[in-house]
Design a protein around this ligand. Structure first.
Ligand code: CO
Length: 462
């Protein structure tokens, strides 16, 4: 049986281990081999790559994508998109979402993995629709979490709804690596029984469960898994490509991967890893196994945030109180998955509740917006007293939040025409105005802009 492998070294591994600081020049020489290895797809864009290119690397993210596409001719390129939030945390109007998806495809993306932190599918339907309109592969993702209200039945229902929406495949997205092998086996089984489209599993090595979880998912019939080349695998990254390939081959599965090419790829990334270790950008801590997430049922990244928050407040002695408060706040908020931005909201609110000595004496602005319905529908019921306290006589937002937003793309295009020379530039500006404006001004002033590539891919698409 064939198992599709998606290589994450250029996106999720890069993001999870070294805060997305890998420069194009550091991987350009290995793109040919990545294209030859036999991967189903390469995850190369979206997530934090876009922001990081502009903010830290002085690279135009669109140009990076075009340059990757120019070298990777046979393997599909994949990106991660946060539905109506695109690559950020606020909701954008539909015209921005549609344009972003359109130009992502025009510049070289073949597969878009689309998710919403709350699994409110209204927040992904426009991105899915546009992806399909552009002729690309829309992968609908289910944000995986564990709570008394999350069970196989409602995950199966989500899968069914995604299929009805027209997605080409479904991803189980375990962003914190808390999914165990049995959870994976049962969930994949039930999804495979419910939907006809392929199902893929995305997990992280954070808690050490990753490789076992992937193997059981394969046994349950999963069609694809995400892995990272070994030198950039493990810890908060994905399980290792070579390891999974070896294990799956031994168990009689066909990954389609060429071991000799994988070796060349890893030989390229090994010295890069050493370089990042030496510079301190790669902290050995993130490569370790962090089982606290299993004990506390909160993601590893969130735990380290809480610790540093409390340290800042000189209140590390309150850590246990905060860890007890986190699940209570999460329950009060209707059990949102603890993924960005909900993990920050729940964690900070719990800290405030403990440090102020009275629960919800102060409610965070973001938590209020969430309770009002600005992020979408909560998975479960929000505590009535909390709703009352935040809303008073005000009515909650029950429509899709983006329905309340006016189109802005055409208007912005005129406003920023002096420095945003292409529609892609306008999108960079709309997503990250504060950093994109100086970046684009500098770019517009420089004569070396390689216009040929811009024109070629904007017209041809894929
Ligand atoms: Co991930």
């Amino acid at each position: 049986m064939k198992i599709n492998i998606t290589e994450t070294v250029l996106r999720d591994a890069n993001q999870s281990l070294i805060a997305t600081r890998m420069k194009f020049d550091e991987f350009k020489d290995i793109l040919d081999e990545l294209d030859k290895a036999g991967y189903f797809s390469l995850e190369v864009w979206g997530g934090a790559t876009f922001d990081s290119c502009i903010r830290y690397l002085n690279e135009d993210p669109w140009e990076r994508l075009r340059k990757i596409k120019a070298q990777v001719k046979n393997t599909k390129l994949q990106m991660l998109l946060r539905g109506q939030n695109i690559l950020g945390y606020k909701h954008y109007p539909d015209d921005v979402v549609r344009n972003f998806v359109k130009y992502s495809v025009h510049n070289g993306i073949d597969i878009i993995r689309i998710f919403d932190a709350l699994n409110d599918l209204r927040n992904i339907e426009v991105a899915v629709d546009e992806t399909l309109k552009q002729g690309a592969h829309a992968q609908g993702a289910i944000s995986y979490t564990q709570s008394p209200i999350h069970n196989l039945e409602n995950y199966a229902r989500l899968g069914k709804q995604l299929e009805e929406m027209g997605v080409n495949s479904i991803c189980i997205k375990d962003m914190s690596g808390i999914m165990g092998p049995k959870d994976a086996f049962d969930l994949v089984k039930v999804l495979k029984e419910t939907v006809k489209v392929p199902v893929v599993l995305h997990t992280h090595g954070t808690t050490g469960l990753g490789p076992i979880t992937c193997t059981k998912a394969v046994e349950a019939g999963v069609d694809g898994i995400d892995t990272a080349i070994s030198s950039f695998s493990g810890g908060t990254s994905q399980p290792s490509t070579e390891t999974l390939h070896y294990a799956l081959k031994e168990l009689g599965y066909d990954t389609g991967l060429n071991e000799k090419v994988l070796k060349k790829i890893n030989d390229h990334f090994k010295p890069l890893k050493d370089k990042y270790l030496a510079s301190g950008q790669l902290n050995p801590y993130v490569l370790g196994t962090e089982t606290d997430a299993l004990t506390y049922q909160i993601p590893g990244g969130m735990l380290s945030n809480l610790v540093s928050q409390l340290k800042d407040q000189n209140a590390l002695d309150k850590l246990n109180d905060v860890l007890t408060e986190v699940p209570k706040v999460r329950k009060d908020l209707g059990y949102p998955p603890l993924v960005t931005p909900m993990s920050q909201m729940v964690g900070t609110q719990a800290t405030v509740n403990v440090l102020s000595g009275e629960r919800y004496k102060m409610i965070l602005k973001e938590v209020k917006a969430y309770i009002k319905g600005e992020y979408g529908k909560a998975p479960g019921e929000i505590d009535e007293r909390l709703v009352e306290k935040v809303l008073g006589d005000e009515k909650p937002i029950t429509v899709r939040y983006a329905d309340l937003l006016e189109p802005v793309f055409d208007k912005t295009k005129i406003e920023v025409k002096d420095f945003a020379k292409t529609d892609e530039d306008v999108l960079s500006y709309l997503l990250f105005p504060a950093i994109a404006e100086p970046f684009l001004k500098k770019k517009a002033a420089s004569k070396n802009e390689p216009l040929e590539t811009v024109v070629k891919y904007s017209i041809e698409g894929v």
